[in-house]
Structure formats: structure tokens, C-alpha cells
Design a protein around this ligand. Structure first.
Ligand SMILES: Nc1ncnc2c1ncn2[C@@H]1O[C@H](COP(=O)(O)OP(=O)(O)OP(=O)(O)O)[C@@H](O)[C@H]1O
Ligand SMILES: [Mg+2]
Length: 165
């Protein structure tokens, strides 16, 4: 599986989910590649920290890719790994589109707050565009992150997102 963790909102939890997913998959015994496709390089900093804390046994392989190289290199890596997880930046970048063009799964975390929800239409358009040029199916999932328990108000973001998926 190739997972892209993305969206077009900063600070939604992309790197948190990408790194945790990578570690979780590696702990299940899978050979995992974590691709950092965000110039901020949070995933790379996490890997350095984890390599240090585990004395070089982080459990997965990591690399940095940007722009069109995300597509080209991920296609080359694909047969060599069980899973590839791509962490992208919080904007509609060439890197994110290149990642989506080779991905099976698109994970889009968002905080259930107005400013975050207002990006839904743009993400929906991005998913539609990628699907129109991609022969294989792109499964898109939203992830409610940092949600607090507020009862019925949580229904608003969920109903919006059902249109995207
Ligand atoms: N579920 C959560 N609970 C508490 N803190 C969280 C949670 N998810 C993310 N955070 C925190 O929110 C901040 C932003 O998370 P993260 O860096 O993963 O977002 P991002 O979408 O990758 O940001 P960017 O767009 O800058 O790449 C971090 O400080 C992270 O530790
Ligand atoms: Mg990030």
C-alpha cells in the first residue's frame, strides 16, 4: 500500500499520523518506507530522534523527496517495500499531487474547526482531479484529529466529509 498523508491545511496532524502509521506498520513486521515530501522535514527530524533513541533500530527506512521525484522514486521503491507512507506539506504542492498520483490511500486529518472545514471543497476538487487522471483507485479518508467531545456539533464536519470520500 502507498499512503499519502496530506490535505491543504497546516498543522492538522499530518506528520503525527504519518510517523505513527509508519512505526505501527513496522511493529506489525512490515518493511516500511517513510517518505518526507514536506520541506519543513518534520518526519525526517522525527526519524533522526527515533534513530538516536533506538540506537539505530528505528524499524523503518526513511528518505526525503520533493516535486516530481516523489512520483518517480516512489514507483521505483514500490516493489522493494511492503508499505510506503508519504508525509506532505499543508498546501496543494507538486509534491502532494505527485504523491497522490501513485498512492492507494489518501489520509486527510483535520481539526473540527471552521477554518479547517473551509478547506474541504478544495480538497474535494484535488481528489476529483487526481482521480480523473489516475487509472488505479485512490481511496480517500478524512481523520478527525484533536476533536473534543461536544455531542451533536460533531455531525457537521462528518456530513461534509462524506461528500469527499
Ligand atoms: N491528536 C493530537 N493530540 C494532541 N496534539 C496533536 C495531535 N495531533 C497533532 N498534535 C500536535 O499538533 C501539532 C501539529 O501536528 P503535526 O506537526 O503533525 O501537523 P502537520 O499537519 O504535519 O503540520 P504541517 O502542516 O506544519 O506539516 C504538533 O505539535 C503535534 O504534536
Ligand atoms: Mg507536517
Amino acid at each position: 500500500m502507498i499512503f499519502t498523508v496530506g490535505g491543504i491545511k497546516g498543522g492538522s496532524g499530518k506528520s503525527t499520523i504519518a510517523t505513527n502509521l509508519t512505526v505501527w506498520l513496522s511493529k506489525q513486521g512490515f518493511d516500511v518506507l517513510l517518505v518526507d515530501a514536506d520541506e519543513q522535514e518534520t518526519a525526517t527530524k522525527f526519524t533522526k530522534w527515533r534513530e538516536h533513541n533506538t540506537k539505530g533500530n528505528s524499524g523503518y527506512t526513511a528518505t526525503i523527496l520533493t516535486g516530481d521525484a516523489v512520483r518517480q522514486q516512489v514507483l521505483k521503491f514500490k516493489p522493494k517495500f511492503d508499505h510506503i507512507v508519504i508525509d506532505t506539506g499543508g498546501r496543494d504542492t507538486t509534491s502532494q499531487r505527485a504523491a497522490l498520483s501513485v498512492s492507494d490511500v489518501y489520509l486527510v486529518p483535520f481539526n473540527p474547526r471552521s477554518f479547517d472545514l473551509w478547506t474541504i471543497a478544495d480538497v474535494e476538487n484535488l481528489v476529483k482531479e487526481v482521480r480523473s487522471i489516475k487509472p488505479d483507485k485512490l481511496h480517500a479518508f478524512s481523520i478527525l484529529n484533536r476533536a473534543d467531545q461536544r455531542g451533536p456539533t460533531i455531525k457537521t464536519p462528518l456530513s461534509c466529509w462524506e461528500k469527499v470520500l
